[in-house]
Design a protein around this ligand. Structure first.
Ligand code: AMP
Length: 393
């Protein structure tokens, strides 16, 4: 068996999955966490269940060593043929998955100003993994690459041209692997050729974004220069008036760093509700009469419904609206509220089908005669494994 190790590195944690690309279920997966705390640990999930153990020390390189040992002790190390790395920002340099060389590492580094929180962690992971697995090919799969097919009128902001030309200020878009995976799956489920398909894909997890995908190519998306633009998210504001920065600075005396912190970490569902960023908790609280929780869900769904309508513009025709991610796959309430506001496009929910569709299940949730809305579970790790395999083939 030829297995692909997929790595997703955050600043203090590292997720991994070991996959056989022709099979959607993972052979082994896990999480190395608390990488810079006193007791970093590795949690591994395999056929036998979950096992947690200490890592040999702090940092990404030692986490990678721990993963290597976890593979070796299960007799899987010899079967690993390549490593696929999730990299958040590839700027305009990367339009597709790319084999990692020292030059590619330098180019990912050059994208750090565009993703100062994510790319440095991704690079740590790449360095650690290249040290731990020196004999294997390593491939970078970029969150932004899928969106590089957007036309200029979708990716340019109405800002002075010099900001784009000299500083790369434009819409890049994120969650590319998820949007690519679910639209491929949807075309497969509907039996239509991908090159003739037209989908609006709503990835609703901790981060949320929506993409118009025509013929298998992204033509517009809600996230922008950074993953802050667009939909309401768990703790991120999504769209706000750009004048808000000056207002907060001048009237509340907030620094640029503090404004960024409020918009990224204290806003969204959490900020609106004053309670939680978790839709499960907000649904429970709203049912018990918590007004903040109720409002947070209303704003979330209304913004999403508006964006669904907007994303139909570049498509001309719609084969399906796709819901995915933790919220999209699980929250029948969110799906109901969103479709309830899209009567103008003819959407009508099929309530029982909607209530029955929970995590892991794919299927339609709309009534006969309505445009189609589908739930499609995402699998970003599998998409990264496919991209890695395709490139190396
Ligand atoms: P993800 O980032 O895709 O794992 O999504 C995480 C988010 O999905 C959580 O913060 C929750 O808001 C949401 N979520 C997970 N399970 C459920 C559920 N059963 N019902 C509603 N929302 C859920």
């Amino acid at each position: 068996m030829s297995l692909i190790l997929v790595l997703n590195c955050g600043s203090s944690s590292l997720k991994f999955a070991l996959l056989e690309p022709s099979n959607p279920s993972t052979v082994l997966s896990g999480l190395a966490e608390k990488l810079f705390e006193d007791e970093p640990r590795l949690i591994v999930t395999d056929g036998e269940g979950k096992q947690a153990g200490p890592l040999p020390g702090q940092g990404h390189a030692l986490a990678m060593r721990g993963i290597l040992e976890a593979l070796r002790s299960r007799g899987l190390l010899e079967q690993v043929s390549s490593v696929g790395h999730r990299v958040v920002h590839g700027g305009e340099r990367f339009r597709q998955a790319t084999r990692i060389t020292p030059e590619v590492v330098a180019q990912i580094e050059a994208c750090v100003p565009l993703a100062p929180l994510h790319n440095p962690a991704n690079l740590e992971g790449i360095r650690g993994a290249m040290e731990a697995f020196p004999g294997l090919p390593h491939v970078a799969v970029f969150d932004t690459a899928f969106h590089q097919t957007m036309p200029p009128h979708a990716y340019r902001y109405a800002l002075p041209e010099v900001l784009y030309r000299e500083h790369g200020v434009r819409r890049y878009g994120f969650h590319g692997t998820s949007h690519q995976y679910v639209t491929r799956r949807a075309a497969e489920l509907l039996g239509i050729p991908l090159e003739h398909s037209a989908f609006v894909s709503a990835h609703l997890g901790n981060g949320c974004s929506i993409t118009a995908v025509k013929g298998g190519r992204s033509v517009d998306t809600s996230m922008g220069l950074t993953p802050l633009e667009g939909l309401v998210m768990g703790t991120r504001s999504g769209d706000v008036d750009p004048g808000i920065h000056a207002f907060l600075a001048e009237n509340l005396g907030l620094s640029l760093r503090e404004v960024t912190e409020v918009l990224n970490k204290g806003s969204g569902l959490l900020g609106l509700s004053g309670l939680s960023n978790d839709v499960r908790e907000l649904e429970r609280a709203a049912a018990e009469g918590h007004t903040g929780a109720g409002l947070a869900l209303e704003v979330f769904c209304y913004r999403l419904a508006k964006y669904v309508a907007a994303m139909c513009v570049p498509l001309g025709r719609l084969d399906a609206l796709i819901f995915t991610g933790g919220i999209g796959e699980n929250s029948s309430l969110v799906r109901e509220k969103v479709l309830g506001q899209l009567g103008i496009l003819g959407f009508r929910l099929e309530p029982e089908q909607n209530a029955r569709t929970v995590r892991g299940q794919a299927g339609p949730i709309t009534a006969e005669g309505s445009p189609l809305a589908l739930v499609v579970p995402t699998n970003e790790e599998l998409m990264i494994a496919w991209e890695t395999q395709a490139l190396l083939a």
